[in-house]
Each structure stands twice: as structure tokens, then as C-alpha cells.
Design a protein around this ligand. Structure first.
Ligand code: GTP
Ligand code: MG
Length: 243
């Protein structure tokens, strides 16, 4: 068994310093890939240094801030190329919004399911420290994606997930272009369209700090348009996929 946790970073030096040892300590089979977009605080160089001393730590350095969606896709593609093959591939944020210990539960569930999703909206709402505006937006975005894209998941915009490698081999990354919340929606949409078995694990999402959300207007528009496109795809099967 070989497992990889992909962590995109932009200025996360302090967080990543603490997070990597926790993840590596969870299980011997666990490895970490940091996808860094040339963080001005030196996150990338620091992880590069760690990776030269520990073969369970990997770094992908990109030239500049190119967005979360493309960072994940580059990470997924990197993971699929490695030998021996990774069986399970996870994604999580660096900022401790996602509790690393939950990965153990994800691993258990991946024995039965193809995709495991950390869900904030399974038993009511489990979000700590979020401004009410952001919560309402996230909740509405999920209702919207479920209704129009037909995604049968309570939390379609979350970024704490695990995949069996087959899922990432089959998802058509050439069709996935979005960066923000819509990236997670698209991934879930195509995983569901391909007929993969998906399971939600309840998580408690804790915000890093108040006020400095990176949520931009562009990311909201992106999600609105993407979901409309997925609505048409659902009806007319525009993007052909097969397993
Ligand atoms: N490589 C890369 N990582 C990014 C980029 N933008 C954000 N990240 C990382 O992606 C993860 C999630 O981003 P966050 O900024 O925490 O997004 P958020 O949780 O919506 O917003 P916050 O309120 O700031 O926590 C973190 O680990 C970030 O460092 C990017 O453009 N490139
Ligand atoms: Mg965050």
C-alpha cells in the first residue's frame, strides 16, 4: 500500500512545518506532496529541503500563483506517474482547517468506496469560526450545485478528500478548468458521472482566522457558470466519459 496526501500551498510556512510530521506519523505508508506556487515566505524552498532528507516528502514547485485547481491537477498527474503506484491519493489544505487525523477514517472508507469526502453539512452545519456571510454563500453554493448539476453529495465544495487511484485515472482533467469552489464541484460531478461510489465522512471545518478569506467575486461567478454548464451536460451528455 502506498498513499499520498497532496497539499497545495501559498504562504503556509508555519502551517506546513507542523502539518507534515503529523501526517507522516499517522501511517508508515503515508507520503506527502506539497504543490507550492513560489510562495514569497519560502514554503517551497523549505519543503524542498525537507524532501532532500526524507523520501516520503515530495515537492512540486511552480513558477507563480496559478490557482488551486491547476495545483491539484498537477499534483494528481504527478501522483499517477510515480512508481511503485500510489493506491490512495488525498487532498487537503495546509492551514489546519482539515484535521489530519481524519485521514485514518478516510483510509478505512476507501476500502469500500472510490471517493471519500470530508463533509461539513452532514449533521446540520459543522463549521467553526466562519463569518455568517461565508457560511450562507457556501450553503447556497451547495444547494445550487446539488439542484442543477445533480450532485448527490451534501458538501460538494469541500477540499478534504480521498480517491482510489482509478478515479483519478478516469476523471477527464482536460474538461476541468475551474479553480475555486467550482473545481471541487466539477471533480464530484465527473466522479459521479463515471459511476464511482462516493461516501461522505462528517468533519468539523475550522477556519484559519477570521476575515481574510481568499474568496473572490471571480470564483463565485466561475461556480455559477460552471454549474449551468454541468446542468446542460447532465441533460445532453456533452462531455463523454467512460470507465
Ligand atoms: N499552490 C497553490 N496553493 C494555493 C493557492 N491558493 C490557495 N492555496 C492553498 O490552498 C489551500 C486552501 O486555500 P485557503 O487560502 O485556505 O482557502 P480558503 O480556506 O477558502 O480561505 P482562507 O480563509 O484563507 O483559509 C491552502 O493550503 C492554501 O495555501 C494557489 O494559487 N496555489
Ligand atoms: Mg483555508
Amino acid at each position: 500500500m502506498r498513499m499520498l496526501v497532496i497539499i497545495p500551498t501559498y504562504n503556509e510556512l508555519e502551517n506546513i512545518t507542523k502539518l507534515i510530521p503529523i501526517i507522516l506519523g499517522l501511517k508508515e505508508e503515508m507520503e506527502v506532496l506539497v504543490v507550492d506556487d513560489n510562495s514569497p515566505d519560502g514554503t517551497g524552498n523549505y519543503v524542498e529541503h525537507l524532501s532532500s532528507e526524507n523520501n516520503r516528502i515530495h515537492i512540486l514547485k511552480r513558477a507563480g500563483k496559478m490557482g488551486l485547481g491547476s495545483a491539484y491537477i498537477e499534483g494528481f498527474k504527478w501522483a499517477l506517474k510515480q512508481e511503485p503506484k500510489f493506491d490512495y491519493i488525498f487532498q487537503m489544505d495546509a492551514d489546519f482547517s482539515h484535521e489530519p487525523e481524519k485521514l485514518i477514517e478516510f483510509i478505512e472508507k476507501l476500502k469500500k468506496y472510490d471517493v471519500v469526502i470530508g463533509s461539513r453539512y452532514l449533521n446540520g452545519v459543522s463549521v467553526v469560526n466562519w463569518p455568517i456571510k461565508r457560511l450562507i454563500l457556501s450553503y447556497f453554493a451547495n444547494w445550487y450545485a446539488r439542484t442543477f448539476a445533480g450532485i448527490k453529495i451534501r458538501d460538494c465544495t469541500g477540499g478534504f478528500k480521498g480517491f482510489r487511484r482509478i478515479v483519478l485515472e478516469k476523471i477527464p482533467f482536460e474538461y476541468i478548468t475551474s479553480d475555486g469552489y467550482a473545481f471541487q464541484i466539477e471533480m464530484n460531478y465527473f466522479a459521479q458521472k463515471l459511476g464511482f461510489k462516493m461516501f461522505e465522512v462528517p468533519i468539523i471545518f475550522v477556519d484559519r482566522h477570521s476575515g481574510t478569506s481568499k474568496l473572490s467575486r471571480r470564483i463565485v461567478y466561475e461556480a455559477i457558470f460552471k454549474v449551468i454548464f454541468l446542468f446542460f451536460d447532465r441533460i445532453f451528455n456533452i462531455k463523454k466519459v467512460k470507465r
